[in-house]
Design a protein around this ligand. Structure first.
Ligand code: CFM
Ligand code: HCA
Length: 529
């Protein structure tokens, strides 16, 4: 009998089938990872959900830093489409935040022909004079790389001319295969020119940096509330509600917490080598996951007072939500979910859904790497110069280096003694036999997955959201949370359950008939590979 995976792939012709077959996995055994192909170039013509390198660098990692001007060097479209589309909230510093602005050099055809450096210099000058930012981040888009504008020299010039930190990021959209390369480029820039330059010394030993938390819908606010209540000092957040000086002083904290491993593991690994700061893979999405995380943190610092306070806060927060937790568990238990988001949320939200008895049966990522699916031993994605102790980052194009394919044996051995190898758990370990995992999912595959698995609710991306809604499936998009949130920690979990409950029970679904209720589902046989 054809498996569900085979049915999905069956719709493809030869070449596309050959490409896609290794990106689609149906688990053969409970909680046992299988090999999946990931972080590869998409098939042209398929309606995928990925973004570009520039989106990952400018939009995702650098954009949320509220006292920096993130200046797009390129045509206005790239600036416009990354203007406030991501819900990374910021408190503001003395009532001021720059994240609501879109800064662009607005390159025109003549600039493409004669070069855009003059315009870029003028834009930096205006940005500095009008907004007085802590830093200017110049982010290149595709045409800039193609015409060869020297953005590095402009950054150097601006530093001297205005006495302001100015960093250039060569994050042209076409680099790499998705936004993932952009995360890497942004991480490298922050590590090279920002982290380590600050002097804000923490005042308690329980000082942490919250990495890979972008404060979508206020998530970081809620996590920070819990951490502060326990007695932790949050030195910096990367980069949600981000503050330049705090990030510059991150090296003075005692522990790094990694929420979104995909987008920021590079910084965690580099800080471990350069400053000896350990990192913990945490997850503040989900009640049980939050408790596990808080206990692991307390165990790490190994302080009796901290452990006691951790338990007190857990009890206090649980007492406040227990009634709601029981209620929503009763209402949602037994339901099946599908989740497709970028590079880490699918797994995190799987944990939160499990708190309410909801099983994730079909899932995947846009641009994750194999480790996000399969798990891995954590090995730094860097080269260490044995004499100077300088760290050289491997190029983002070689991003699959997670499996130490691009680290020579000598470097590996050099690092192995110095660094404790950790294990990073991917999503497959938390999934059951028969569940489906799709990498770089596209619209056709999502449609087929919907009709084959018939989830009660589907957590989607932005681009695929409407197609799912039109199929009559309750859908909630997990990039901006459909303007809700926060969803972190204890109260956030209840917010999420409440929104999910509303979505599933909205009367609108009774007015729609999914196509598979009136038309046959998939037909045909498996093509030759
Ligand atoms: Fe990390 Fe993110 Fe995500 Fe991501 Fe993103 Fe995002 Fe996402 Mo959109 S950093 S990988 S590049 S958790 S922007 S806050 S929602 S795709 S799953
Ligand atoms: C990005 C940001 C994004 C876009 C979501 C989408 C977000 O990666 O460029 O357009 O589907 O969360 O806003 O992931």
């Amino acid at each position: 009998m054809e498996t569900k995976r085979e049915k999905i792939l069956d719709t493809y012709s030869g070449l596309t089938f050959k490409n896609r077959k290794d990106h689609v996995v149906e688990l053969e055994t409970d909680h046992t990872p299988q090999e999946i192909t990931a972080n590869k170039r998409s098939v042209p013509g398929l309606m995928i959900n990925r973004g570009c390198c520039y989106a990952g660098c400018k939009g995702v990692v650098l954009g949320p830093i509220q006292d920096a001007v993130t200046l797009e060097h390129g045509p206005i479209g790239c600036g416009y489409y990354t203007w406030m589309t991501r819900r990374n909230k910021a408190r503001g510093i003395n009532g001021k935040s720059l994240i609501q602005y879109s800064f662009s050099t607005d390159l025109q055809e003549t600039d493409i022909v004669f070069g855009g450096v003059k315009k870029l210099k003028q834009a930096v000058k205006e940005a500095v004079e009008i907004f007085h930012p802590k830093a200017v981040f110049i982010c290149a888009t595709c045409p800039v790389g193609l015409i060869g504008d020297d953005i590095n020299s402009v950054a150097k010039w601006a530093k001297e001319e205005f006495g302001v930190q100015c960093i250039s990021f060569s994050c042209e959209g076409y680099k790499g295969v998705s936004q993932s390369a952009g995360h890497h480029i942004a991480n490298n820039g922050l590590m090279k020119d920002v982290i380590g330059t600050g002097t804000n010394k923490p005042t308690t030993p329980f000082s942490i940096n919250l990495l890979g938390e972008y404060n979508i819908g206020g998530d970081a606010f809620e996590t920070e509330r819990i951490l502060t209540k326990i007695g932790y000092q949050v030195v910096s957040k990367f980069t949600g509600d981000g503050v330049y000086d705090e990030i510059a002083s991150a090296h003075l904290a005692n522990l790094n917490l990694v929420q979104c491993h995909r987008s920021i593991n590079y910084i965690a690994e580099m800080m471990k080598v350069k400053y000896g700061i350990d990192w913990l893979k945490v997850n503040f999405i989900g009640i049980k996951e939050t408790i596990r995380t808080l206990r692991e943190m307390a165990a790490y610092f190994d302080d009796e007072g901290l452990k006691k306070r951790t338990e007190e806060v857990i009890t206090e927060e649980l007492t406040q939500i227990q009634g709601d937790w029981d209620y929503y568990k009763k209402k949602l238990s037994g339901k099946k979910a599908g989740i497709f988001v970028g590079g880490s949320r699918s797994h995190h939200y799987m944990d939160l859904l499990a708190d309410f008895g909801v099983e994730t049966v079909v899932t995947g990522y846009e641009f994750a790497h194999r480790d996000d699916y399969e798990g891995r031993e954590v090995i730094p994605d860097i080269k260490l110069d044995a004499d100077t102790k300088n760290i050289e980052q491997l190029s983002p194009e070689k991003d699959e280096s997670m499996y130490r394919r691009y680290i020579d044996d000598d470097t590996y051995n050099e690092l192995k003694g110095k660094i404790e190898l950790d294990y990073y758990k991917g999503m497959m370990k938390d999934m059951k036999k028969g569940s489906l995992i799709i990498d770089d999912y596209n619209e056709a595959e999502t449609e087929d997955a919907l009709s084959l698995y018939k989830p009660d609710i589907f957590y989607s991306g932005i681009k695929d959201n409407f197609m799912i809604l039109k199929s009559g499936t309750p859908a909630k998009q997990m990039h901006s949370y459909d303007y809700d949130g926060p969803y972190t920690c204890f109260k956030g979990a209840i917010n999420f359950a409440h929104d999910t409950f509303d979505e599933v029970n909205a009367p609108a679904w009774k007015l729609l008939t999914p196509p598979w209720n009136t038309e046959p589902t998939l037909e045909g046989s498996l093509g030759n590979s």
